[in-house]
Design a protein around this ligand. Structure first.
Ligand code: ZN
Length: 457
């Protein structure tokens, strides 16, 4: 939603907001579904029956096409790969001969990564802040989005979820105005069978209404940020309320799911969590199977696990995740340093999946911001989408105050600051003091990771 549309949306009564969201949902369905989507689904589901060797072949073929087209049609790679001849790259091991792609290139000149055969005006642009809080633009086509959803659907199917069933979502979008004091704190997207719950109204006073609504809706699955559903689950435990029978499965994504969160949520809902790790850059897809293993979907992307010196890490070793996405030929990302870390495993999963297993993803370990009215806000990076900001970090020492460290980018103005504060207040409420501090760089934590939230509470 752009700023103008959002302004109108927040003025509407709840019923009209439902109609608005449903219409928008219908538009999204159109982008995401259709005959091509069904073809993609058949294609990616077919990969599940392949042997590991056959799957490696599919991956390699996809990569060779991407590399050849990138050399020819993508300005950035024409330059970056000019000293490496095609025959030099014969197998996965040869990938290390290719340069790494820094996030800075995506941030400063994303257009140089776009295949010239596509007309930029006609492309879809996905805005993201990634896991490190840096605002980025990703170019793609409706076909690429369809392919992306085909992979997501396969993940749901593998988890035994009826993907066309009712879904409850707790995400980062502000779908209920921040000053609303009475339920409903959720809105309906009718055609998508999706009930969007606000992650920003989860106070002790409001949670009972959420529980009543969830009991009534009984979604096939709940798609949530871990921190949002954890807040609700913890309340239920404290009050001795059981949430059993509400939903059969829970999908978590976008933040690190901590063991304590998993245990409490799974216990109180009596439902299994399937955690998923992906990126709006469409260059990595990792999802949990029914046996609890995290599988790297290797037909979606090539993932390398690298040591600091660029050599390959061995299973069990913590390493940097470097991704080569295979599904977006419009903006190829080859050996992209996404900024997350993980531990590879050599374990075979009992589920029989041909996809390799990762022990854990370490990248998204973030703290939360606590608000004076007792809410835990997990992910603040959506706040900065589209703003001229290089990097950001939120620091909290006391309950009623946060420091926001910003590294400005070109085009940052007094209005930018005002708008950022306004966006933050929508999520954190009016009772917290927001101090914006401008810095040249933001200090990295151990492992070189930029933590988006640091809490000393
Ligand atoms: Zn498995």
């Amino acid at each position: 939603m752009n700023v103008c549309v959002a302004k109108i949306y927040y003025q509407l009564p709840a019923g009209m907001q439902n109609i608005f969201l449903s219409s928008y949902g219908l538009y999204l369905q159109k982008i995401r579904h259709g005959q091509q989507y069904r073809d993609f689904c058949r294609q990616v589901n077919g990969h599940l029956a392949l042997s590991k060797g056959e799957l490696a072949g599919v991956q390699w073929q996809g990569f060779c096409k991407l590399l050849a087209d990138s050399r020819k049609y993508v300005p950035y790679y024409r330059k970056a790969l000019k000293d490496i001849s095609a025959p030099e790259v014969k197998c996965l091991d040869d990938l290390r001969k290719l340069p790494l792609l820094e996030k800075e290139v995506l941030r400063t000149s994303p257009e140089t990564l776009v295949d010239e055969r596509y007309e930029k005006k006609k492309l879809l642009v996905v805005h993201t802040t990634g896991t490190t809080g840096t605002p980025l633009k990703i170019y793609c086509t409706p076909d690429v989005r369809k392919k992306n959803y085909a992979f997501y659907r396969r993940f749901l199917q593998q988890a035994g979820i009826n993907y066309s069933g009712r879904r409850a979502t707790f995400g980062g979008r502000i779908i209920v105005p921040h000053n609303q004091k009475q339920p409903p704190f959720w809105r309906y997207s009718y055609f998508q069978k999706n009930i969007l719950f606000s992650s920003y109204h989860l106070t002790e006073k409001n949670i009972p209404s959420y529980i009543t609504a969830l009991r009534k809706i009984r979604p096939e699955y709940i798609d949530t940020y871990p921190s949002s559903l954890f807040t609700l689950a913890k309340y239920a435990v404290q009050q001795g309320i059981s949430l059993k029978g509400i939903s059969r499965a829970i999908i978590t994504s976008a933040e690190t799911l901590f063991p304590e969160q998993r245990k409490i949520i799974e216990d109180v809902f009596d439902a299994q969590i399937f955690d998923q790790y992906g990126a709006a850059e469409m260059c990595v897809f990792v999802g949990q199977c029914g046996h609890g293993s995290y599988h790297v979907h290797s037909d979606y992307a090539i993932i390398e696990f690298l040591r600091e010196d660029g050599s390959r890490a061995v299973p069990g070793e913590e390493a940097e995740v470097v991704c080569t996405g295979l599904i977006n030929p419009v903006m190829p990302l080859i050996r992209y340093r996404i900024g997350d870390r993980a531990v590879l495993s050599d374990r075979e999963c009992e589920c029989g999946s041909p996809f390799p297993v990762v022990e854990k993803i370490i990248g998204r370990a973030d703290d939360v911001i606590l608000t004076p009215d007792g809410r835990r806000i997990g992910r603040l990076s959506p706040v900065l989408k589209g703003f001229p900001v290089k990097e950001a970090q939120y620091r909290q020492k006391v309950i009623d105050e946060i420091d926001v460290l910003l590294v400005k980018d070109q085009g940052f103005s007094v209005d930018t600051e005002k708008n950022i504060i306004m966006e933050l207040k929508k999520r954190l409420g009016g009772k917290i003091k927001i101090n914006i501090k401008y810095v040249e760089v933001i200090e990295r934590s151990k492992g070189g990771k930029l933590k988006s939230i640091i809490s000393e509470l």
